[in-house]
Design a protein around this ligand. Structure first.
Ligand SMILES: [Fe+2]
Length: 490
């Protein structure tokens, strides 16, 4: 049976009939949310036009003094066109948002990234450009990966500009002031249009390390804080896995290879992959100073999008965390259906610690805590750390409606649940000016308030999440949920 059909069968049939307490609870919450008139589809609906900078209304609390700057966030914002629509959430047009906080006030603006893909699809009146899970339609012109680049996953500040990142093509440069698009960033002419993942890892010296993955090969990019390329090297990977994110210590790159592997040349990218749990997972550790020095660890099969920052202990053990599941069906199937309003509960995604020991043993230690969009205090990059910030609380809809900070020392989860009226986005840590201790500062997190039909921005004390937001602003409209963001202090 074709894998996709099998997974369709699983999500629509088998999964719906498996009476685990978790799935039963999720179904009950879905029914309650529907009865309460809360429609999660609002958070995945198209935005049809750019939104100029508009004040948000403070509806509770007060902004802490010292919190000032811009939260930039990227994610797909338009999926449907009259002549044919995107086939996957990950193929919507990149929409850059900016929440700007100053003197206790907040504003919101959003502007679509002016990519060749968006221009071609707009001219055709249909999504004609091939994507992660969208086949090409007649009229598509794709001369390089950047003609299909949706620039829709993440954003990083580099040298006074913003880079909007996809994963199978180049960064797209965006003006931080008015969110206008400057164009494709070519790091070196002979490397034009090469893949550049959406989750680069800065090192303590300020350089940005990244991968670009194509089958069983990867480019290892090293970019200075000014955006200039310092080096690019090609490495072999143990498997042609789907790699969305990786981790790094001060000395090593840590590349997790899951058994969702590309084993045929087929449109779309998602359809060229096969879930092969019998292969298990592997972790490739590369020495940053000599990429030929490598170790490979073996682990049981899992699927993951995201990992936290890694560190090395005195005995050489490498530790990092990730959000793991046993079921890749969100990437393969649910991501296709949710933009058409169809969703059924998925297998849990669980915060999990990895330990790669110097003797070659690798272990994973699940916490049992539902988690996605892991973030850390960026100042701890490469150093041992105590906390992971993540979205949590599932049920009733796709995505999440809570925020948590996991304490690896005590095992305690400091957690706030907005309830089913909110779909939350990834939270970002903002250090308190003058503070230096881990998570001394605030978490800022947007949500879509389904009851108010509006996007909100919440501020939490980072080490007191359970107390709830200390300040909330509300926009005059709902924007579609974004994927990843970055805060730039004023
Ligand atoms: Fe991501």
């Amino acid at each position: 049976m074709h894998r996709r059909r099998l997974l369709q069968g699983l999500s629509a049939g088998v999964m719906a009939s498996v009476a685990t307490p978790e799935l039963a609870r999720a179904r009950a919450q879905l029914e309650q949310a529907a009865a309460a008139g809360l429609d999660w589809r609002l958070a995945l609906a198209d935005l049809d036009a750019d939104v100029p900078r508009t004040p948000m209304r403070r509806i509770s609390g007060h902004a802490p003094s010292g919190l000032a700057g811009s939260l930039y966030r990227n994610g797909p914002g338009k999926f449907h066109r009259p002549g044919g629509s995107a086939g996957h959430w990950f193929d919507g047009d990149g929409l850059m948002r900016a929440f700007r906080i100053e003197d206790g006030q907040a504003t919101l603006e959003a502007r679509f990234i002016d990519t060749p893909k968006r221009r071609a699809d707009t001219a055709a009146g249909a999504v004609v450009t091939v994507g992660f899970g969208t086949p090409a339609r007649p009229g598509a012109i794709v001369r390089s990966a950047d003609d299909a680049n949706a620039a829709n996953i993440s954003v990083i500040p580099v040298g006074g500009e913003l880079w909007a990142l996809w994963e199978a093509g180049s960064p797209t440069v965006v003006n931080a002031g008015d969110l206008s698009t400057k164009g494709i960033k070519t790091l070196r002419p002979d490397l034009a249009h090469m893949p550049f993942l959406a989750h680069p890892r800065p090192d303590p010296g300020g350089d940005i390390w990244n991968l670009g993955v194509s089958g069983q090969k990867a480019v290892v990019w090293r970019v200075g804080r000014d955006g200039a390329l310092r080096s690019a090297s090609l490495v072999d990977l143990p498997m042609a896995s789907y790699i969305h994110d990786f981790s790094a210590t001060t000395r090593h790159l840590v590349v997790v290879l899951q058994p969702w592997v590309q084993d045929r040349n087929f449109q779309t990218y998602a359809d060229s992959m096969t879930w092969r749990p019998e292969l298990g997972a592997k972790v490739l550790v590369l020495d940053k100073t000599d990429l030929s020095r490598r170790r490979v660890y073996d682990l049981p099969a899992f699927f993951a999008f995201h990992y936290g920052a890694a560190w090395e202990e005195a005995d050489g053990t490498i530790r990092f965390d990730g959000c793991l599941t046993t079921d890749p069906s969100f990437a393969i199937e649910t991501g296709r259906t949710i933009i058409n309003g169809i969703w059924s509960p998925e297998a849990a995604v669980t915060l999990t610690m990895f330990a790669l020991h110097p003797d070659g043993r690798a272990v994973i230690e699940p916490t049992g805590v539902a988690a996605e969009f892991p973030r850390t205090d960026g100042r701890m990059s490469g150093a041992p750390r105590r906390y992971t910030i993540h979205a949590t609380a599932v049920g009733g809809s796709p995505l999440f409606h809570g925020l948590a900070v996991h304490d690896w020392k005590t095992g305690r989860s400091d957690r706030y649940d907005f309830g089913p009226a909110h779909l939350v986005e990834e939270a970002v840590f903002v250090p308190r000016p003058g503070g230096a201790a881990e998570l001394d500062g605030w978490l800022i997190q947007p949500s879509v308030n389904l009851r108010a039909k509006a996007t909100e921005l919440h501020v939490f004390k980072a080490l007191h999440v359970a107390e709830g937001p200390i300040c909330t602003w509300r926009a005059d409209r709902a924007l579609p949920v974004s994927l990843h963001g970055a805060f730039v202090p004023a």
